[in-house]
Design a protein around this ligand. Structure first.
Ligand code: GAL
Length: 632
């Protein structure tokens, strides 16, 4: 596959006289895809029921005539103001019961039937009109589901929908009471109509109640997307894509992805470093202009799985953004590095956000490839450099990685509901495991829990899994490679209770977690020989020998090819654990220079230097922001 570049464009923001010139400049840069339309509802349907398609038709024609392929977005992330007059109760309510009002975007509740009907209407109109258009080569549904904390809504629509969902799941209030353990604190219900949402309770709600609400809310996102996918498929053969947002785990991306053809995500490495990555101050300063060395790769690997192998970066940061606490400019070369790293992980398209910086409204401080005066911004030159790199690279082919990391969205909900220690985060734990694998020079496939594909990997990591499923248990039972699970893996039933026999009940490993403790910042357990346990520690019982030990008990126990990790480790501890597990799996570990990362695909080995100093690797010196590759 030869990767391609794209760009996000808003014809409705610019004088029509500029469109043809913009399109010609995109093509001259080497860009082949342009995404449009995803926020344009107020211009497509200025008043309820009266459409204006003419401008969009001319925009598609102008871009297409220049040789660009169009990704057409459905505009449902930005319902126009008149929509609120039609559905005054369509707004999501936050956990404190306050409406999330009009004046920005994503102001809708996924459970609202009336809004969903209007989405069906606009998507149908759009699909009928452009489904067979020769320039529309892909579709994007909505924009960044869940962004700005919009998956969960505590509205009346959500309450009613949740009750129906529970009635279908449990069939009788008795079954629900039993599953949730509602005898505790006399929380039993006599009828589904008595069940409320798990907010505004005096103290914490029952975790089983909260977990079912998270499942329900995720299902509502899946339903919302499926409605659009079915309509688009009925009118178009072009592939369907959604652009997920990094670090968002509030809905099951695998379940949404099952209804689409390609996954994409929006990659803002500098914004994420300051806003979302749990790293120390020193690291933040060190990587302020490069971004975290593993955060992008983690999401690339995650979305490759969500897309069933097919994935894009739909929005790539081109310069300073506007939404992080501070918004530095990338080091020269980083926009190119980020783009090539995505390509190394299998991206079919890397698309920049956005073409021209908008001088007005919320994102006026957000860079584009062009400045507001249409002169080139630094990102444009880097995009042009990537075009040359793509020619030099030739075909980039993927292969199965030697390591699989299981990632499970319900586990993220579970530990959000019951962290037990304030800083316990499922994504954080999975990400720490991923970083250690990368520091060891290993390429990684991220996979959902219920796939037979896991059986083919020499090393499988299952950190922090909420509940074993029958499929995953069966896979682990039969697996001939090494499986490293824990901490917290298999520590609940699907109903959010502690299973008996006690966890981890891992096939092939005679081991019991007898008690768990969370550790406040500054409280650490030293691992004999190097490394620390922080945040979380479990006390183990059983004959499995401890490969990493501490005065408080074994930290890593392993028997044959089954290993269990009893704590949340620091980097040094993780490096030792990964070294032991990879060694048992017969994998070669190649500890990398600080800040340097590699990615192996079938056709190339890539190296990326995130460090602010030059780094040597494999006979080459990489400047800060430098990229090197070797054919394999
Ligand atoms: C994304 C979003 C874009 C734009 C961008 C700014 O989250 O999809 O519409 O807001 O961030 O960085």
């Amino acid at each position: 596959m030869t990767p391609e570049l794209g760009v996000c464009y808003y014809p409705e923001h610019w004088d029509e006289a500029l469109w043809a010139e913009d399109a010609a400049r995109m093509v001259a840069t080497g860009i082949s895809w342009v995404r449009i339309g995803e926020f344009a509802w107020s211009r497509l349907e200025p008043t309820s029921g009266s459409y204006d398609w003419a401008w969009l038709g001319r925009a598609i024609e102008t871009l297409g005539a220049a040789g660009l392929k169009v990704v057409l977005g459905t505009p449902t992330a930005t319902p126009p103001r008149w929509m609120l007059d039609r559905h005054p109760d369509m707004l999501a309510l936050d956990a404190d019961g306050r409406p999330r009002g009009f004046g920005s975007r994503r102001h809708y509740c996924f459970s609202h039937e009336g809004y969903l009907a209007d989405c069906r209407r606009i998507v149908t109109a759009l699909a009928k009109r452009y489904g067979a258009n020769r320039h529309v080569a892909a579709w994007q549904t909505d924009n960044e589901y869940g962004c700005h904390d919009t998956t969960l809504s505590y509205s009346a629509a959500a309450r009613d929908g949740f009750r129906n969902w529970l009635a279908q799941r449990y069939q009788s209030p008795d079954a629900l009471n039993r599953a949730w353990g509602n005898v505790f604190w006399s929380m039993e219900y006599a009828d589904f109509s008595e069940v409320g949402l798990p907010n505004l309770t005096v103290t914490e709600p029952n975790p089983a109640h909260a977990m079912d609400f998270r499942r329900y809310s995720s299902d509502m996102v899946v339903r919302f997307n499926r409605v659009q996918a079915e309509i688009l498929r009925a009118h178009s053969d072009a592939p369907l894509i959604h652009n997920y947002m990094g670090n968002i785990t509030d809905f099951d991306h695998f379940a949404v992805g099952a209804d689409l053809d390609i996954a994409s995500w929006d990659s803002y490495p500098l914004g994420f470093l300051l806003d979302r990555v749990d790293t120390g101050e020193a690291e933040r300063r060190r990587y302020a202009r490069q971004g975290d060395p593993d955060f992008q790769a983690f999401h690339h690997d995650l979305y490759r799985a969500v897309g069933g192998g097919r994935w894009w970066v739909m929005e790539q940061q081109p310069g300073p953004v506007n939404w992080a606490p501070w918004n530095p400019a990338p080091l020269p070369g980083m926009v190119r590095l980020w783009s090539l790293e995505a390509i190394a992980h299998g991206a079919e398209v890397v698309s920049y956000f956005r073409w021209r910086q908008a001088p007005f409204a919320q994102e006026q401080m957000h860079a584009g490839l062009l400045r507001p005066d249409s002169a080139p911004a630094p990102g444009l030159g880097e995009a042009a450099a990537v075009v040359e790199d793509i020619t030099a690279l030739g075909e980039v082919r993927q292969e199965e990685a030697p390591v699989a990391l299981v990632f499970d969205y319900p586990s993220a909900w579970a530990w959000d509901i019951q962290p037990q220690g304030r800083d316990f985060s499922y994504l954080g734990l999975a990400f720490d495991a991923y970083r250690a694998l990368r520091r060891a020079g290993l390429s990684v496939d991220i996979l959902p829990p219920d796939t037979e594909r896991l059986a083919g990997y020499p090393l499988v990591l299952i950190p922090g899994l909420f509940a074993w499923t029958d499929t995953l248990r069966a896979v682990v039972e039969r697996h001939t490679g090494v499986v490293l699970a824990g901490p917290r893996t298999g520590s609940k039933t699907a109903d959010f209770s502690i299973p008996v026999p006690l966890p981890p009940a891992m096939p092939g490993l005679d081991l019991t977690v007898t008690r768990v403790e969370s550790l406040a910042p500054g409280i650490e357990i030293e691992i004999e020989g190097g490394g620390l346990v922080r945040r979380w520690f479990e006390h183990l019982e059983g004959p499995a020998p401890g490969l990493l030990r501490s005065a408080a008990g074994d930290v890593l126990a392993m028997e044959g090819k089954r290993a269990y990790l009893a704590g949340w480790l620091d980097a040094a501890g993780w490096d030792r654990a990964i070294g032991l597990a990879a060694g048992a799996a017969g994998l070669e570990v190649d500890p990398l220079p600080e800040g340097l990362r590699i990615r192996d695909c079938a056709s190339h080995r890539f190296a990326f230097n995130y460090a602010p100093e030059p780094r040597s690797y494999n006979g080459r010196t990489l400047e800060p922001g430098g990229v090197a590759w070797w054919p394999r």
